[in-house]
Ligand binder design. Sequence first.
Ligand SMILES: CC(C)(COP(=O)(O)OP(=O)(O)OC[C@H]1O[C@@H](n2cnc3c(N)ncnc32)[C@H](O)[C@@H]1OP(=O)(O)O)[C@@H](O)C(=O)NCCC(=O)NCCS
Length: 174
Amino acid sequence: MHNIQIKTERLLLRPLKIADAEEVFAWVGDERVARYMCYTTYTDIEQVREWLAFVEKDTSTYLFGFERILDGRLIGSGDIGWNPAKGCWGFGYNLRYDCWGMGYATEAVKAMMDYARVNFGAHKFASSHCEPNLASGNVMKKCGLHFVGYGTFQKLDGSMRTRSMEYEGESNEQ
Ligand SMILES: CC(C)(COP(=O)(O)OP(=O)(O)OC[C@H]1O[C@@H](n2cnc3c(N)ncnc32)[C@H](O)[C@@H]1OP(=O)(O)O)[C@@H](O)C(=O)NCCC(=O)NCCS
């Protein structure tokens, strides 16, 4: 796990620890949040602890908890990492249900992209969402990406397969 902290106007992006499991369960255990994510809804906090233990050892992706500065509560998480297959930087995000619609995802994603630009020389980004998940597409557009075509989305356990909308963006499009 990395040791990076990024501060934005309302959020502190920081590494997630096993001790965060209870707060993380509030969104990964919520089917409204998990619906269009590649993971299936977590049903047990022990599963969250196992995932966080795995994440602590993972060095391939930069995963951040989004901590709200106002109250110190975790309101979601996201990650950014180099995608060798696509030759660009990919990112993802999810938020606690009661925190949707307040611009937090856009604020967090912009901060992760800026960090990757400045520190890793990232200039090309890509992300995608399940076709009906228009709010996520709006986040991508607000972060400077544009729609490039359709693809396929599949949950990790294979329980859902559907059309995805693929987005890309270059640094100079910001
Ligand atoms: C997708 C998600 C992260 C968006 O978070 P958020 O903090 O609400 O996003 P933001 O407020 O930064 O921006 C969302 C934009 O989509 C718009 N929006 C919200 N719901 C929408 C909907 N149902 N249809 C179309 N647009 C919608 C918002 O109005 C906002 O645009 P605006 O600022 O121009 O008004 C959040 O809904 C979430 O966690 N969903 C579940 C997990 C998920 O699907 N993650 C993405 C997987 S690809």
